[in-house]
Design a binder for this molecule. Structure first.
Ligand code: MN
Length: 588
Protein backbone atom coordinates (compact mmCIF):
# COMPACT_ATOMS: atom_id res chain seq x y z
CA UNK A 1 0.00 0.00 0.00
CA UNK A 2 1.31 3.39 -0.95
CA UNK A 3 1.05 5.69 1.99
CA UNK A 4 0.96 9.42 1.68
CA UNK A 5 1.45 11.51 4.74
CA UNK A 6 1.60 15.20 5.41
CA UNK A 7 5.12 16.06 4.42
CA UNK A 8 5.56 18.90 6.80
CA UNK A 9 6.20 17.12 10.08
CA UNK A 10 9.91 17.82 10.05
CA UNK A 11 10.37 14.55 11.85
CA UNK A 12 10.74 12.28 8.91
CA UNK A 13 14.32 11.38 8.35
CA UNK A 14 15.61 9.57 5.33
CA UNK A 15 18.20 7.04 6.31
CA UNK A 16 20.52 5.87 3.64
CA UNK A 17 21.37 2.24 3.70
CA UNK A 18 24.79 2.84 5.10
CA UNK A 19 24.74 5.82 7.32
CA UNK A 20 28.17 6.23 8.83
CA UNK A 21 29.16 7.96 12.00
CA UNK A 22 30.39 11.09 10.18
CA UNK A 23 26.97 11.77 8.62
CA UNK A 24 25.27 11.02 11.90
CA UNK A 25 27.57 13.31 13.87
CA UNK A 26 26.97 16.09 11.37
CA UNK A 27 23.25 15.89 12.05
CA UNK A 28 23.81 15.92 15.81
CA UNK A 29 26.00 19.02 15.55
CA UNK A 30 23.42 20.75 13.38
CA UNK A 31 20.87 20.07 16.10
CA UNK A 32 23.12 21.79 18.60
CA UNK A 33 24.77 18.90 20.42
CA UNK A 34 28.22 19.69 21.78
CA UNK A 35 31.36 17.61 22.34
CA UNK A 36 30.54 15.88 25.61
CA UNK A 37 27.08 14.86 24.37
CA UNK A 38 28.53 13.69 21.06
CA UNK A 39 31.14 11.57 22.87
CA UNK A 40 28.55 9.67 24.85
CA UNK A 41 26.46 9.10 21.75
CA UNK A 42 29.42 8.00 19.65
CA UNK A 43 30.27 5.01 21.81
CA UNK A 44 26.63 3.91 21.79
CA UNK A 45 26.54 4.30 18.01
CA UNK A 46 29.63 2.12 17.54
CA UNK A 47 28.37 -0.50 19.97
CA UNK A 48 24.90 -0.75 18.40
CA UNK A 49 26.38 -0.93 14.90
CA UNK A 50 28.60 -3.82 15.98
CA UNK A 51 25.86 -5.73 17.80
CA UNK A 52 23.31 -5.40 14.98
CA UNK A 53 25.90 -5.92 12.22
CA UNK A 54 24.50 -9.19 10.86
CA UNK A 55 20.84 -8.28 11.34
CA UNK A 56 18.33 -7.02 8.79
CA UNK A 57 14.99 -5.23 8.99
CA UNK A 58 11.91 -6.65 7.30
CA UNK A 59 12.57 -4.07 4.58
CA UNK A 60 15.94 -5.69 3.86
CA UNK A 61 17.80 -2.67 5.23
CA UNK A 62 20.59 -3.23 7.76
CA UNK A 63 19.02 -3.35 11.22
CA UNK A 64 21.06 -0.42 12.47
CA UNK A 65 18.99 1.92 10.26
CA UNK A 66 16.19 1.49 12.77
CA UNK A 67 17.98 2.56 15.99
CA UNK A 68 19.59 5.35 13.98
CA UNK A 69 16.22 6.67 12.82
CA UNK A 70 14.75 6.36 16.31
CA UNK A 71 17.68 8.14 17.95
CA UNK A 72 17.64 10.97 15.40
CA UNK A 73 13.96 11.53 16.02
CA UNK A 74 14.76 11.66 19.71
CA UNK A 75 17.53 14.15 18.99
CA UNK A 76 15.17 16.26 16.88
CA UNK A 77 13.01 16.95 19.87
CA UNK A 78 16.18 17.90 21.74
CA UNK A 79 16.43 15.18 24.33
CA UNK A 80 19.60 14.75 26.36
CA UNK A 81 22.60 12.59 25.36
CA UNK A 82 21.78 9.52 27.51
CA UNK A 83 18.34 9.41 25.88
CA UNK A 84 19.85 9.45 22.41
CA UNK A 85 22.38 6.79 23.42
CA UNK A 86 19.61 4.63 24.89
CA UNK A 87 17.62 5.06 21.66
CA UNK A 88 20.60 3.71 19.72
CA UNK A 89 20.85 0.77 22.09
CA UNK A 90 17.14 0.15 22.56
CA UNK A 91 17.02 -3.18 20.73
CA UNK A 92 20.35 -4.77 21.68
CA UNK A 93 18.97 -6.57 24.73
CA UNK A 94 15.73 -7.58 23.05
CA UNK A 95 17.20 -8.74 19.73
CA UNK A 96 20.70 -9.88 20.60
CA UNK A 97 20.47 -10.97 24.19
CA UNK A 98 22.99 -8.49 25.50
CA UNK A 99 22.93 -8.56 29.31
CA UNK A 100 21.83 -5.41 31.14
CA UNK A 101 24.92 -5.76 33.35
CA UNK A 102 27.10 -5.45 30.33
CA UNK A 103 25.39 -2.22 29.27
CA UNK A 104 25.89 -0.94 32.78
CA UNK A 105 29.58 -1.67 32.57
CA UNK A 106 29.90 -0.09 29.13
CA UNK A 107 27.62 2.92 29.43
CA UNK A 108 26.89 3.45 33.08
CA UNK A 109 23.80 3.14 35.19
CA UNK A 110 21.61 5.78 33.61
CA UNK A 111 21.76 4.55 30.01
CA UNK A 112 21.52 0.92 31.13
CA UNK A 113 18.43 1.78 33.13
CA UNK A 114 16.76 3.44 30.14
CA UNK A 115 17.49 0.48 27.85
CA UNK A 116 16.29 -1.97 30.47
CA UNK A 117 13.02 -0.09 30.92
CA UNK A 118 12.54 -0.03 27.15
CA UNK A 119 13.22 -3.72 26.82
CA UNK A 120 10.59 -4.43 29.42
CA UNK A 121 8.05 -2.28 27.64
CA UNK A 122 8.98 -3.91 24.33
CA UNK A 123 8.68 -7.51 25.37
CA UNK A 124 4.98 -7.76 25.77
CA UNK A 125 2.77 -6.99 22.80
CA UNK A 126 -0.91 -6.90 22.19
CA UNK A 127 -2.10 -10.49 22.16
CA UNK A 128 -5.62 -10.33 23.35
CA UNK A 129 -6.87 -8.31 26.24
CA UNK A 130 -4.87 -10.16 28.87
CA UNK A 131 -1.56 -9.36 27.27
CA UNK A 132 -2.53 -5.86 26.32
CA UNK A 133 -3.10 -4.89 29.90
CA UNK A 134 0.18 -6.41 30.90
CA UNK A 135 1.98 -4.52 28.18
CA UNK A 136 0.30 -1.28 29.05
CA UNK A 137 1.09 -1.71 32.69
CA UNK A 138 4.75 -2.34 32.05
CA UNK A 139 4.95 0.59 29.80
CA UNK A 140 3.31 2.83 32.30
CA UNK A 141 5.53 1.60 35.02
CA UNK A 142 8.42 2.69 32.88
CA UNK A 143 6.63 5.94 32.21
CA UNK A 144 6.13 6.78 35.81
CA UNK A 145 9.80 6.25 36.47
CA UNK A 146 11.23 8.26 33.66
CA UNK A 147 9.58 10.21 30.90
CA UNK A 148 12.49 9.65 28.54
CA UNK A 149 11.62 5.98 28.23
CA UNK A 150 8.22 6.87 26.85
CA UNK A 151 9.67 9.35 24.40
CA UNK A 152 12.04 6.75 22.98
CA UNK A 153 9.16 4.29 22.82
CA UNK A 154 7.08 6.79 20.86
CA UNK A 155 9.89 7.39 18.39
CA UNK A 156 10.47 3.65 18.10
CA UNK A 157 6.82 3.28 17.22
CA UNK A 158 7.02 6.18 14.79
CA UNK A 159 9.78 4.54 12.78
CA UNK A 160 8.07 1.16 12.93
CA UNK A 161 4.96 2.81 11.51
CA UNK A 162 7.01 4.46 8.78
CA UNK A 163 8.26 1.02 7.73
CA UNK A 164 5.07 -0.89 8.45
CA UNK A 165 4.43 -1.69 4.78
CA UNK A 166 7.15 -4.36 4.90
CA UNK A 167 5.33 -6.42 7.51
CA UNK A 168 2.67 -9.06 6.80
CA UNK A 169 -0.89 -7.62 6.66
CA UNK A 170 -2.14 -9.25 9.86
CA UNK A 171 0.67 -7.64 11.83
CA UNK A 172 0.11 -4.30 10.12
CA UNK A 173 -3.43 -4.06 11.34
CA UNK A 174 -2.63 -4.93 14.93
CA UNK A 175 0.30 -2.57 15.16
CA UNK A 176 -1.62 0.27 13.51
CA UNK A 177 -4.54 -0.26 15.88
CA UNK A 178 -2.23 -0.25 18.88
CA UNK A 179 -0.70 2.96 17.55
CA UNK A 180 -4.04 4.68 17.24
CA UNK A 181 -5.33 3.49 20.58
CA UNK A 182 -2.28 3.71 22.77
CA UNK A 183 0.68 5.58 21.34
CA UNK A 184 -1.05 8.52 19.69
CA UNK A 185 -3.03 9.35 22.84
CA UNK A 186 0.16 9.06 24.84
CA UNK A 187 1.99 11.50 22.54
CA UNK A 188 -1.00 13.79 22.85
CA UNK A 189 -0.93 13.67 26.63
CA UNK A 190 2.75 14.54 26.59
CA UNK A 191 2.07 17.47 24.27
CA UNK A 192 4.19 16.13 21.40
CA UNK A 193 1.48 16.96 18.91
CA UNK A 194 3.51 16.58 15.77
CA UNK A 195 4.34 13.02 16.68
CA UNK A 196 0.76 12.36 17.61
CA UNK A 197 -0.43 13.61 14.22
CA UNK A 198 2.22 11.59 12.39
CA UNK A 199 1.32 8.41 14.23
CA UNK A 200 -2.35 8.90 13.45
CA UNK A 201 -1.74 9.62 9.78
CA UNK A 202 0.48 6.56 9.46
CA UNK A 203 -2.02 4.27 11.19
CA UNK A 204 -5.08 5.65 9.40
CA UNK A 205 -4.77 3.71 6.07
CA UNK A 206 -4.22 0.40 7.88
CA UNK A 207 -7.00 0.73 10.39
CA UNK A 208 -9.61 2.33 8.10
CA UNK A 209 -8.48 1.52 4.54
CA UNK A 210 -11.81 2.30 2.83
CA UNK A 211 -12.33 5.58 4.61
CA UNK A 212 -8.76 6.57 3.90
CA UNK A 213 -9.10 5.87 0.18
CA UNK A 214 -12.32 7.84 0.04
CA UNK A 215 -10.81 10.82 1.84
CA UNK A 216 -7.78 10.84 -0.44
CA UNK A 217 -9.97 10.87 -3.53
CA UNK A 218 -11.95 13.79 -2.08
CA UNK A 219 -9.18 16.08 -0.99
CA UNK A 220 -6.29 15.48 -3.34
CA UNK A 221 -7.03 18.24 -5.82
CA UNK A 222 -8.41 20.56 -3.22
CA UNK A 223 -5.27 20.39 -1.15
CA UNK A 224 -2.99 21.19 -4.03
CA UNK A 225 -5.14 24.13 -5.08
CA UNK A 226 -5.26 25.49 -1.56
CA UNK A 227 -1.54 25.13 -1.11
CA UNK A 228 -0.83 27.05 -4.31
CA UNK A 229 -3.28 29.74 -3.29
CA UNK A 230 -1.59 30.24 0.07
CA UNK A 231 1.92 30.21 -1.34
CA UNK A 232 0.89 33.07 -3.61
CA UNK A 233 -0.30 35.11 -0.63
CA UNK A 234 2.89 34.65 1.35
CA UNK A 235 4.76 37.63 -0.19
CA UNK A 236 1.76 39.91 0.44
CA UNK A 237 1.74 39.04 4.14
CA UNK A 238 5.49 39.42 4.39
CA UNK A 239 5.38 42.85 2.75
CA UNK A 240 2.54 44.10 4.98
CA UNK A 241 4.33 42.96 8.15
CA UNK A 242 7.51 44.65 7.03
CA UNK A 243 5.68 47.88 6.22
CA UNK A 244 4.43 47.99 9.82
CA UNK A 245 7.90 47.19 11.17
CA UNK A 246 7.14 43.68 12.32
CA UNK A 247 10.39 41.96 11.47
CA UNK A 248 11.74 38.43 11.46
CA UNK A 249 8.50 36.71 10.56
CA UNK A 250 8.58 33.14 9.34
CA UNK A 251 5.55 32.07 7.37
CA UNK A 252 4.65 28.42 6.92
CA UNK A 253 1.79 27.20 4.78
CA UNK A 254 0.85 23.81 6.05
CA UNK A 255 -1.57 21.12 5.11
CA UNK A 256 -3.79 19.65 7.79
CA UNK A 257 -3.13 16.11 8.85
CA UNK A 258 -5.39 13.57 7.18
CA UNK A 259 -6.61 11.81 10.26
CA UNK A 260 -7.59 15.06 11.92
CA UNK A 261 -9.47 16.12 8.77
CA UNK A 262 -11.23 12.79 8.87
CA UNK A 263 -12.20 13.21 12.50
CA UNK A 264 -13.50 16.71 11.81
CA UNK A 265 -15.52 15.43 8.87
CA UNK A 266 -17.17 12.82 11.05
CA UNK A 267 -18.05 15.53 13.53
CA UNK A 268 -19.58 17.74 10.84
CA UNK A 269 -21.67 15.12 9.06
CA UNK A 270 -19.13 14.71 6.26
CA UNK A 271 -19.72 18.27 5.10
CA UNK A 272 -16.55 19.55 3.48
CA UNK A 273 -17.66 23.17 3.59
CA UNK A 274 -17.48 23.03 7.36
CA UNK A 275 -13.86 21.97 7.25
CA UNK A 276 -12.44 25.37 6.50
CA UNK A 277 -8.88 24.70 7.20
CA UNK A 278 -7.61 22.00 4.93
CA UNK A 279 -4.62 24.26 4.62
CA UNK A 280 -3.59 26.90 7.05
CA UNK A 281 -1.00 29.62 7.34
CA UNK A 282 1.22 29.90 10.35
CA UNK A 283 3.04 33.13 11.15
CA UNK A 284 5.91 32.75 13.60
CA UNK A 285 7.23 35.89 15.27
CA UNK A 286 9.78 37.04 17.82
CA UNK A 287 7.51 38.02 20.73
CA UNK A 288 3.86 38.13 21.72
CA UNK A 289 3.50 41.90 21.12
CA UNK A 290 4.41 41.23 17.50
CA UNK A 291 1.79 38.49 17.42
CA UNK A 292 -0.95 40.94 18.38
CA UNK A 293 0.34 43.52 15.92
CA UNK A 294 0.40 40.90 13.19
CA UNK A 295 -3.19 40.00 14.03
CA UNK A 296 -4.18 43.64 13.51
CA UNK A 297 -2.26 43.83 10.24
CA UNK A 298 -3.89 40.64 8.94
CA UNK A 299 -7.35 41.90 9.86
CA UNK A 300 -6.67 45.18 8.07
CA UNK A 301 -5.59 43.23 5.02
CA UNK A 302 -8.46 40.72 5.00
CA UNK A 303 -11.80 40.78 6.78
CA UNK A 304 -11.93 38.38 9.76
CA UNK A 305 -14.71 35.87 10.03
CA UNK A 306 -16.83 36.56 13.12
CA UNK A 307 -16.47 34.17 16.03
CA UNK A 308 -13.26 32.63 14.76
CA UNK A 309 -10.69 34.73 16.61
CA UNK A 310 -9.22 32.70 19.46
CA UNK A 311 -6.54 34.13 21.70
CA UNK A 312 -4.77 31.19 23.31
CA UNK A 313 -1.89 33.47 24.24
CA UNK A 314 -3.91 35.50 26.71
CA UNK A 315 -5.80 32.37 27.69
CA UNK A 316 -3.54 29.34 27.39
CA UNK A 317 -5.36 26.11 26.53
CA UNK A 318 -5.51 23.71 29.48
CA UNK A 319 -3.07 21.40 27.70
CA UNK A 320 -0.53 24.21 27.51
CA UNK A 321 -1.09 25.20 23.88
CA UNK A 322 -0.47 28.87 23.05
CA UNK A 323 -1.25 30.63 19.78
CA UNK A 324 -3.64 33.16 18.24
CA UNK A 325 -6.12 31.74 15.73
CA UNK A 326 -8.21 33.60 13.22
CA UNK A 327 -10.04 32.85 10.00
CA UNK A 328 -10.14 35.56 7.35
CA UNK A 329 -11.75 36.05 3.95
CA UNK A 330 -8.81 36.21 1.54
CA UNK A 331 -8.83 37.10 -2.16
CA UNK A 332 -11.79 35.57 -4.05
CA UNK A 333 -13.54 35.42 -0.65
CA UNK A 334 -11.68 32.22 0.17
CA UNK A 335 -11.44 31.38 3.86
CA UNK A 336 -7.94 31.16 5.28
CA UNK A 337 -7.14 29.69 8.65
CA UNK A 338 -4.28 31.58 10.30
CA UNK A 339 -2.24 30.81 13.42
CA UNK A 340 0.05 33.42 14.91
CA UNK A 341 2.58 32.51 17.60
CA UNK A 342 6.11 33.12 18.83
CA UNK A 343 9.14 30.93 18.09
CA UNK A 344 9.00 29.61 21.64
CA UNK A 345 5.30 28.74 21.43
CA UNK A 346 5.93 27.01 18.13
CA UNK A 347 8.76 24.94 19.64
CA UNK A 348 6.53 23.93 22.52
CA UNK A 349 3.75 22.86 20.20
CA UNK A 350 6.14 20.68 18.22
CA UNK A 351 8.26 19.21 20.99
CA UNK A 352 5.88 19.05 23.89
CA UNK A 353 7.32 18.70 27.33
CA UNK A 354 10.76 18.06 25.92
CA UNK A 355 10.99 21.70 24.89
CA UNK A 356 11.02 22.78 28.52
CA UNK A 357 14.05 21.09 29.85
CA UNK A 358 16.59 20.34 27.18
CA UNK A 359 18.50 23.53 26.80
CA UNK A 360 19.66 23.78 30.40
CA UNK A 361 20.67 20.15 30.35
CA UNK A 362 22.92 20.53 27.34
CA UNK A 363 26.56 20.21 28.23
CA UNK A 364 25.89 19.99 31.92
CA UNK A 365 25.28 17.00 34.08
CA UNK A 366 22.61 14.77 32.52
CA UNK A 367 19.24 15.33 34.11
CA UNK A 368 16.95 12.59 35.22
CA UNK A 369 13.56 14.04 34.64
CA UNK A 370 11.02 12.41 36.85
CA UNK A 371 7.47 12.69 35.81
CA UNK A 372 5.91 13.96 38.99
CA UNK A 373 5.82 17.61 37.98
CA UNK A 374 2.68 19.53 38.68
CA UNK A 375 1.77 19.69 35.01
CA UNK A 376 1.69 15.93 34.79
CA UNK A 377 -0.57 15.12 37.61
CA UNK A 378 -2.12 12.26 35.68
CA UNK A 379 1.08 10.30 36.01
CA UNK A 380 0.49 10.16 39.73
CA UNK A 381 -3.00 8.90 39.00
CA UNK A 382 -1.46 6.29 36.76
CA UNK A 383 0.61 4.94 39.62
CA UNK A 384 -2.45 4.90 41.85
CA UNK A 385 -4.31 3.05 39.19
CA UNK A 386 -1.58 0.47 38.80
CA UNK A 387 -1.61 -0.21 42.50
CA UNK A 388 -5.38 -0.46 42.62
CA UNK A 389 -5.65 -2.81 39.66
CA UNK A 390 -2.74 -5.08 40.45
CA UNK A 391 -5.10 -8.01 40.99
CA UNK A 392 -8.12 -6.92 39.02
CA UNK A 393 -9.52 -9.01 36.16
CA UNK A 394 -7.87 -7.90 32.97
CA UNK A 395 -10.86 -6.84 30.88
CA UNK A 396 -12.15 -4.66 33.67
CA UNK A 397 -8.73 -3.23 34.27
CA UNK A 398 -8.34 -2.35 30.63
CA UNK A 399 -11.63 -0.58 30.40
CA UNK A 400 -10.93 1.33 33.60
CA UNK A 401 -7.63 2.36 32.16
CA UNK A 402 -9.18 3.58 28.95
CA UNK A 403 -11.85 5.53 30.74
CA UNK A 404 -9.50 7.11 33.20
CA UNK A 405 -6.62 8.04 30.97
CA UNK A 406 -7.47 8.00 27.33
CA UNK A 407 -10.89 9.47 27.20
CA UNK A 408 -11.02 13.18 26.69
CA UNK A 409 -10.08 15.02 29.79
CA UNK A 410 -11.70 18.06 31.28
CA UNK A 411 -9.92 20.72 33.32
CA UNK A 412 -11.71 22.29 36.25
CA UNK A 413 -10.59 24.75 38.90
CA UNK A 414 -10.40 24.58 42.68
CA UNK A 415 -11.54 27.66 44.62
CA UNK A 416 -7.87 28.64 44.81
CA UNK A 417 -7.55 28.48 41.03
CA UNK A 418 -5.54 25.27 40.79
CA UNK A 419 -6.28 23.26 37.69
CA UNK A 420 -7.55 19.72 38.18
CA UNK A 421 -7.41 17.24 35.34
CA UNK A 422 -10.39 14.84 35.28
CA UNK A 423 -12.04 12.43 32.84
CA UNK A 424 -14.96 13.73 30.83
CA UNK A 425 -18.27 13.28 32.63
CA UNK A 426 -16.66 13.50 36.07
CA UNK A 427 -18.95 14.76 38.83
CA UNK A 428 -18.44 16.76 42.04
CA UNK A 429 -18.00 13.43 43.84
CA UNK A 430 -15.00 12.59 41.65
CA UNK A 431 -13.66 16.06 42.23
CA UNK A 432 -14.05 15.82 46.02
CA UNK A 433 -12.17 12.53 46.21
CA UNK A 434 -9.57 13.89 43.90
CA UNK A 435 -8.90 16.75 46.32
CA UNK A 436 -8.82 14.54 49.41
CA UNK A 437 -10.50 11.33 50.57
CA UNK A 438 -11.65 13.11 53.75
CA UNK A 439 -13.46 15.72 51.69
CA UNK A 440 -15.04 13.03 49.54
CA UNK A 441 -16.12 10.97 52.52
CA UNK A 442 -17.84 13.93 54.16
CA UNK A 443 -19.15 15.79 51.16
CA UNK A 444 -22.45 17.52 51.86
CA UNK A 445 -22.90 19.63 48.77
CA UNK A 446 -21.19 21.14 45.76
CA UNK A 447 -21.07 24.50 44.04
CA UNK A 448 -20.15 24.94 40.40
CA UNK A 449 -19.38 28.50 39.36
CA UNK A 450 -20.97 29.71 42.58
CA UNK A 451 -24.25 27.82 42.18
CA UNK A 452 -25.34 24.74 44.13
CA UNK A 453 -25.50 21.62 41.95
CA UNK A 454 -26.46 18.00 42.49
CA UNK A 455 -23.86 15.37 43.28
CA UNK A 456 -24.34 13.86 39.83
CA UNK A 457 -23.85 17.12 37.94
CA UNK A 458 -21.37 16.47 35.10
CA UNK A 459 -18.49 18.94 35.23
CA UNK A 460 -17.32 20.88 32.20
CA UNK A 461 -13.92 22.27 31.33
CA UNK A 462 -13.43 25.66 32.92
CA UNK A 463 -15.87 25.06 35.79
CA UNK A 464 -14.84 26.38 39.19
CA UNK A 465 -15.81 23.71 41.70
CA UNK A 466 -16.24 24.09 45.43
CA UNK A 467 -17.03 21.17 47.72
CA UNK A 468 -18.92 21.62 50.97
CA UNK A 469 -18.23 19.07 53.68
CA UNK A 470 -19.72 18.23 57.07
CA UNK A 471 -18.30 15.86 59.65
CA UNK A 472 -21.52 13.83 60.00
CA UNK A 473 -22.04 13.21 56.25
CA UNK A 474 -21.01 9.93 54.67
CA UNK A 475 -21.10 8.23 51.28
CA UNK A 476 -24.12 6.17 50.22
CA UNK A 477 -24.13 3.26 47.74
CA UNK A 478 -25.84 5.33 45.04
CA UNK A 479 -22.78 7.58 44.86
CA UNK A 480 -21.20 4.76 42.93
CA UNK A 481 -23.59 5.54 40.08
CA UNK A 482 -22.36 9.11 39.87
CA UNK A 483 -18.65 8.58 39.65
CA UNK A 484 -16.37 8.37 36.65
CA UNK A 485 -13.02 7.79 38.33
CA UNK A 486 -11.89 4.54 39.87
CA UNK A 487 -10.21 6.56 42.61
CA UNK A 488 -13.55 7.85 43.87
CA UNK A 489 -15.15 4.44 43.53
CA UNK A 490 -12.42 2.76 45.58
CA UNK A 491 -12.79 5.28 48.37
CA UNK A 492 -16.57 4.98 48.41
CA UNK A 493 -16.41 1.19 48.48
CA UNK A 494 -13.81 1.26 51.21
CA UNK A 495 -15.88 3.65 53.32
CA UNK A 496 -19.07 1.67 52.82
CA UNK A 497 -17.25 -1.46 53.85
CA UNK A 498 -16.01 0.29 56.96
CA UNK A 499 -19.58 1.24 57.80
CA UNK A 500 -20.32 -2.47 57.66
CA UNK A 501 -23.97 -3.35 58.01
CA UNK A 502 -25.94 -1.51 55.35
CA UNK A 503 -23.54 -2.25 52.53
CA UNK A 504 -22.30 -5.38 50.91
CA UNK A 505 -20.74 -5.69 47.48
CA UNK A 506 -23.86 -7.48 46.30
CA UNK A 507 -26.01 -4.51 47.06
CA UNK A 508 -24.12 -2.31 44.69
CA UNK A 509 -26.46 -1.92 41.80
CA UNK A 510 -25.42 -3.76 38.70
CA UNK A 511 -25.20 -1.69 35.57
CA UNK A 512 -26.10 -3.05 32.15
CA UNK A 513 -24.68 -1.99 28.84
CA UNK A 514 -26.55 -2.47 25.58
CA UNK A 515 -24.33 -2.18 22.53
CA UNK A 516 -26.46 -1.59 19.46
CA UNK A 517 -24.94 -1.52 16.00
CA UNK A 518 -27.12 0.45 13.62
CA UNK A 519 -27.20 1.54 10.05
CA UNK A 520 -27.58 5.19 10.95
CA UNK A 521 -30.65 7.15 9.95
CA UNK A 522 -32.58 10.18 11.14
CA UNK A 523 -34.47 9.52 14.36
CA UNK A 524 -32.51 6.39 15.22
CA UNK A 525 -31.52 7.52 18.70
CA UNK A 526 -35.00 8.75 19.47
CA UNK A 527 -36.63 5.48 18.39
CA UNK A 528 -34.23 3.43 20.47
CA UNK A 529 -34.66 5.62 23.51
CA UNK A 530 -38.41 5.18 23.23
CA UNK A 531 -38.04 1.40 23.36
CA UNK A 532 -36.32 1.72 26.73
CA UNK A 533 -38.97 4.12 27.97
CA UNK A 534 -41.75 1.76 26.86
CA UNK A 535 -40.12 -1.07 28.77
CA UNK A 536 -39.97 1.16 31.84
CA UNK A 537 -36.19 1.27 31.91
CA UNK A 538 -34.40 4.33 33.18
CA UNK A 539 -31.54 5.19 30.86
CA UNK A 540 -28.47 6.21 32.87
CA UNK A 541 -26.29 7.24 29.98
CA UNK A 542 -26.07 7.01 26.20
CA UNK A 543 -22.87 7.06 24.23
CA UNK A 544 -22.03 6.80 20.60
CA UNK A 545 -19.08 5.10 19.01
CA UNK A 546 -18.85 6.17 15.38
CA UNK A 547 -15.50 4.65 14.49
CA UNK A 548 -17.33 2.88 11.71
CA UNK A 549 -19.19 5.75 10.11
CA UNK A 550 -21.72 3.69 8.18
CA UNK A 551 -22.47 1.44 11.16
CA UNK A 552 -22.05 3.37 14.37
CA UNK A 553 -22.62 1.75 17.74
CA UNK A 554 -25.02 3.21 20.28
CA UNK A 555 -24.32 2.34 23.89
CA UNK A 556 -27.14 2.50 26.41
CA UNK A 557 -26.53 2.13 30.14
CA UNK A 558 -29.23 1.17 32.61
CA UNK A 559 -29.96 -0.76 35.79
CA UNK A 560 -31.54 -4.19 35.33
CA UNK A 561 -35.24 -4.27 36.01
CA UNK A 562 -36.97 -7.02 37.96
CA UNK A 563 -39.01 -9.37 35.77
CA UNK A 564 -37.46 -8.08 32.59
CA UNK A 565 -34.82 -10.33 31.11
CA UNK A 566 -32.27 -9.28 28.55
CA UNK A 567 -33.79 -11.47 25.85
CA UNK A 568 -36.98 -9.47 26.02
CA UNK A 569 -35.11 -6.17 25.80
CA UNK A 570 -33.05 -7.42 22.87
CA UNK A 571 -36.14 -8.56 20.97
CA UNK A 572 -37.66 -5.12 21.36
CA UNK A 573 -34.46 -3.38 20.27
CA UNK A 574 -33.99 -5.58 17.24
CA UNK A 575 -37.45 -4.73 16.00
CA UNK A 576 -36.36 -1.11 15.44
CA UNK A 577 -35.66 -0.33 11.80
CA UNK A 578 -31.97 -0.35 10.79
CA UNK A 579 -30.75 -2.08 13.94
CA UNK A 580 -28.12 -4.51 12.70
CA UNK A 581 -27.01 -6.12 15.91
CA UNK A 582 -27.46 -5.79 19.65
CA UNK A 583 -25.92 -7.28 22.76
CA UNK A 584 -26.47 -6.66 26.45
CA UNK A 585 -24.01 -7.33 29.20
CA UNK A 586 -23.28 -6.44 32.77
CA UNK A 587 -20.61 -3.84 33.30
CA UNK A 588 -18.38 -3.36 36.34
MN1 MN B 1 12.79 -0.88 17.98
Amino acid sequence: MEIKTAENSGLQIKIQNQMNWEDYEKQLRELGYKDDAVDIIKSAFAYAAKIHADEKRASGDPYITHPIAVSLNVAKIKMDAPTIAAALLHDVVENKGIKPEELKKQFGEEIAFLVDALTKAEKVQYRGVERAVESLRKMFLALAQDIRVVIIKLMDRLHNMETLRYLPPEKQKRIAMETLELYAPLADRLGIWEVKARLEDLAFPYVYPEEYKWLMSQIKNRREEDEKYLEKLKPTVEAELKKENVSGARIICRAKHFYSIWKKLIKHEMNFDRILDLVSMRIILQNSEDCYRALGIIHKLWKPMPGRIKDYIARTKPNGYRSIHTTVFGPEEKKIDIQIRTVEMDEEAEHGIAAHWFYEAQGKKPVTKKLDDKGFFWVGQLQEWQKAHANAPSAEALSALKIDFFKDRIFVFTPKGDVVDMPEGATPIDFAYHIHSEIGDHMSGAKVNGKMVSFSHPLKSGDAVEILAQKNKKPTPDWLDFTKTSLARQHIRAYLKKLGAPYSAKKERVKMEAVITVHDRVGMLKDLSEIFVELGINILDVRMDSKNKAYPKLLFYFHPKKGLNTAKILTAIKRVKNVEDATIKEVR
